[in-house]
Design a protein around this ligand. Structure first.
Ligand code: ATP
Ligand code: MG
Length: 392
């Protein structure tokens, strides 16, 4: 990191006289992950297309590794770039494996056998083994997304542009895509520019965040800078995303958790994260609403436990958190688990999915930030009291 790998200077673009980009300035460090966010229709995809050389801009300059010619027609010495389209753009007449192999077949002289080996390996890494021979029409939206991601990764590009790589994926897959982007970035040493609406998940893997509004980059900084921003419109934008989910559940949002975190650590002892998981879904089962209704019931089943001064936080479609003051005679984790168990026993078959409820309790004072709750979930340590009684 350090050298700007991508430099965008004063880029302007209008369509039929309607200005979309009005002087975009942004630099991206080599090897970093930058997330671009902004309202729908603000020009994020247009900006990525300008970077990829797919759309001609009206003014300004874009340099990639010091070169101004970007894209497929710039010769073999130009920086390698991949673009993951928002709409996947898979070839309907090709299987998943053929789609992923396509860039290698088209742009390299690699042998068929070597291509097959690489594709197979990537499919395994993307957990896509069983769709290799399927056509896009036979795949779910989530699978298509992962196949498209595979196609973007197969050439081991130096810059990858991800246009909403997680749209249409369930929360677990979303996180695995972000984790994979971060993991691949380390292994293959590429630079990533990503458009994402998944705040805060995308931010956990991002080095920088840029907010595009009214044709310009109105904010750029680290995820921590974003948390501290006082720009009321940006705060509104960031919180609105969680607010939408929070409204449905009638709970406070995860963004509130971020801003309240220092207070919580002072005021409460424990943070209990309850996970309402649809771990073993039947293929094609209706995610979304049904799960949401049950999620909501899970939240309300523990809501009554909230004693004076405690708080419930709605975290995402699968998790909620419960900040409590410990009382030795009434361990809150046990109470949360009991309520969830009652709920689970009462309506095990009202949804198509098989639910697993679990809850873990973390010492608030020992956790550096809300994001740690998610990493800790995978890495229980001595500081973490865990229980998984309900899935049994
Ligand atoms: N080829 C085009 N011709 C005319 N207008 C276009 C073209 N491409 C994009 N636009 C317009 O530019 C604006 C920005 O579009 P863009 O797709 O970049 O938005 P976005 O920020 O990516 O939105 P979303 O979050 O919904 O994907 C929109 O008003 C869109 O209609
Ligand atoms: Mg877009």
């Amino acid at each position: 990191m350090g050298t700007p790998f991508l430099e965008i200077k004063g880029v302007k673009k209008a369509f039929n006289g309607r200005v979309v980009l009005d002087g975009i300035d942004l630099t991206v460090d080599r090897g970093s992950i930058t997330t671009i966010m902004g309202k729908s229709g603000i020009g994020k995809s247009v900006l990525l297309k300008c970077i990829a050389g797919l759309v001609d801009y009206d003014a300004g300059e874009i340099l990639l590794d010091g070169q101004s010619c970007i894209g497929a027609n710039c010769g073999k010495d130009s920086p390698r770039l991949s673009y993951l389209f928002q709409q996947n753009a898979l070839f309907d007449s090709m299987t998943a494996a053929e789609n992923v192999a396509f860039p290698l077949v088209e742009t390299t002289r690699m042998r068929r056998r070597e291509i097959r080996r690489k594709v197979k390996e990537l499919f395994e890494q993307l957990d896509l083994g069983d769709v290799a021979n399927k056509y896009p029409a036979e795949m779910s939206g989530g699978m298509q997304k992962r196949v498209a991601l595979g196609r973007a990764l197969i050439t081991q590009p130096q810059l990858i542009l991800f246009d909403e790589p997680t749209t249409g994926l369930d929360p677990q897959r979303k996180n695995s895509v972000f984790t994979m982007v971060a993991d691949y970035r380390k292994r293959f040493d590429f630079t990533a520019v990503m458009v994402s609406h998944d705040i805060p998940e995308a931010l956990f893997v991002s080095d920088r965040v840029a907010w595009v509004d009214k044709g310009v980059v109105r904010f750029v900084g680290s995820p921590t800078d974003l948390e501290l921003t006082r720009d009321p419109e940006l705060v509104e934008f960031v919180h609105h995303r969680n607010g939408l989910l929070s409204d449905l559940a009638g709970q406070q949002g995860r963004s509130a958790l971020f801003s309240d975190w220092p207070e919580l650590r002072k005021k409460f002892d424990e943070f209990i994260v309850a996970t309402c998981a649809t771990e073993r879904r039947r293929p094609g089962s209706d995610l979304g609403l049904k799960r949401f209704v049950s999620y909501r019931e899970a939240v309300s089943s523990v809501k009554d436990l909230a004693r004076e001064g405690s708080s419930i936080y709605f975290l995402d479609e699968r998790h909620f958190g419960f900040a409590v003051k410990s009382k030795p005679d009434q361990p809150p984790l046990a109470q949360v688990l009991r309520s969830l168990k009652e709920l689970n026993d009462a309506q095990p078959l009202t949804v198509m999915t098989s639910y697993q409820w679990s809850a873990r309790s973390y010492r608030l004072a020992a956790l550096p930030s809300p994001s740690a709750l998610w990493t800790l979930e995978d890495l229980p340590s001595a500081d973490v009291v865990s229980a998984n009684a309900l899935s049994a």
